[in-house]
Write a protein that binds this ligand. Structure first.
Ligand SMILES: Cc1cc2nc3c(=O)[nH]c(=O)nc-3n(C[C@H](O)[C@H](O)[C@H](O)COP(=O)(O)OP(=O)(O)OC[C@H]3O[C@@H](n4cnc5c(N)ncnc54)[C@H](O)[C@@H]3O)c2cc1C
Length: 357
């Protein structure tokens, strides 16, 4: 055996796992075509999702009570944070890991990896954390963001239709994130689409919206382009991160889930008890429901979501193995919705294709 563990892929998930496994004293090999690539994305998460072992310096800013707007304003009683992406990457130190710069051509389960150019490697355990590839039929999340000077308050989502979108078009929301260094990320986001809105259109909507709010768009520090699949992860042991269905299909979040699962997976604990599988199925039904909602019903739908008690919102957003909480959140949401929503969502969640698109 070449190692106790081979980790394929060094995105946030694979790097967290390789780092924590090495910390436990395992011999670890990690393979990625560009292991030194610096992460560029702006990653955020709910503060209560982070594992204790994470160094405080990886957090760039925390908003204790972020706001959100469907058709009206809500204040969320849950702290939301943005990572310092470079500090996060550096803190997941790989000094004790044998890092190989190569592409994994094939994994022969349970214990052999074939790199594209090197000799095969064997290990007691292999974990696939190679992320998710885009496919035409996979629903995606897209966003176009700009970082501007000046600090605005964090708004988790704002569905006010002041972005120039025509009625009946797939809607997008504004995500406003205070970065903690005197700058703010403004991101026009298509939560889920099959296909999702293109980045050029999102840029136009962002420009329109910021102009409508008298926010200067000229002095851009950085732009952020977001496009990733919401579907395709496999909820099975041996997969991790988005490749392993740790991405919430109805929200697009996965980084905190991977960080908090890194220790248990390094310790060999199962990631997919029956409760987690059932939650994953419910979340996937949640994505189907989201994709089926008529555009003008999306903002009122989020009003209903943000009216749920905080513990139910939390269960739905973050309770990866909390079947009782997720089911309670979804049924409370369902009960609170107007009749026309209920029919659409029930049909879509059951997997029947929508008729209105
Ligand atoms: C711009 C952007 C912003 C996002 N913001 C957030 C956010 O705020 N919060 C959040 O939770 N999520 C966010 N996401 C979604 C998601 O959590 C991220 O995509 C996250 O990076 C997924 O981590 P991962 O490690 O599972 O996969 P990836 O980051 O995709 O990493 C996969 C790794 O595998 C490597 N790889 C691929 N193929 C091979 C191969 N054949 N052999 C070896 N290695 C391979 C790649 O080089 C890469 O390093 C965002 C996504 C994007 C694109």
């Amino acid at each position: 055996m070449d190692a106790d563990l081979i980790v394929c892929g060094l995105g946030p998930a694979g790097r967290a796992l390789a780092h924590r496994a090495a910390r436990r004293g395992l011999s670890v090999i990690a393979i990625d075509p560009r292991p030194e690539r610096r992460w560029q994305a702006t990653y955020a998460a709910w503060a209560d999702e982070l594992p204790d072992w994470l160094a405080p310096r990886v957090v760039a800013a925390v908003t204790d009570r972020p706001r959100a707007r469907g058709t009206r304003w809500f204040t969320l009683s849950r702290a939301y944070l943005v990572f310092d992406t470079a500090a996060l990457q550096d803190s997941l130190d790989l000094a004790a890991v044998r890092v190989i710069a190569d592409r994994v051509a094939e994994i022969d389960w349970p214990g052999r990896v074939r790199p594209a150019s090197g000799a095969p490697l064997t290990a007691h355990r292999i974990v696939d954390a190679r992320g998710l590839a885009r496919r035409p039929r996979r629903a995606e999340q897209t966003a176009y963001g700009v970082v501007l000077r000046g600090e605005a308050p964090t708004v988790f989502m704002d569905w006010l239709p002041d972005n120039g979108a025509a009625p009946g078009e797939l809607p997008s929301f504004l995500y406003t994130l205070a970065l903690g260094d005197g700058r703010t990320l403004y991101e026009e986001t298509c939560l889920a689409g099959r296909p999702a809105l293109g980045l050029d259109l999102l840029r136009q909507r962002l420009e329109y919206r910021l102009h409508a709010r008298a926010i200067e768009f000229d002095d851009i520090d950085v732009t952020e382009r977001v496009r990733f699949p919401l579907e395709g992860g496999v909820a099975r042991e041996g997969r991790f991160g988005t490749a392993g269905a740790l991405l919430h299909p109805a929200t697009g979040y996965s980084v905190a889930a991977a960080l908090s699962a890194a220790d248990p997976v390094a310790a060999g604990q199962p990631l997919w008890p029956a409760s987690a599988r059932a939650v994953h199925a419910l979340r996937t039904a949640g994505l189907r429901a989201l994709l089926a909602l008529p555009p003008h019903d999306v903002a009122p739908f989020f009003d209903t979501f943000f009216e749920l008690p905080p513990q139910l919102q939390r269960a739905y957003l973050s309770g990866r193995a909390d079947l009782r909480g997720t089911a309670a959140a979804m049924s409370a949401l369902f009960r609170a919705l107007p009749g026309r929503h209920r029919r659409i969502l029930a049909t879509a969640a059951a997997g029947v294709p929508p008729r209105h698109r």
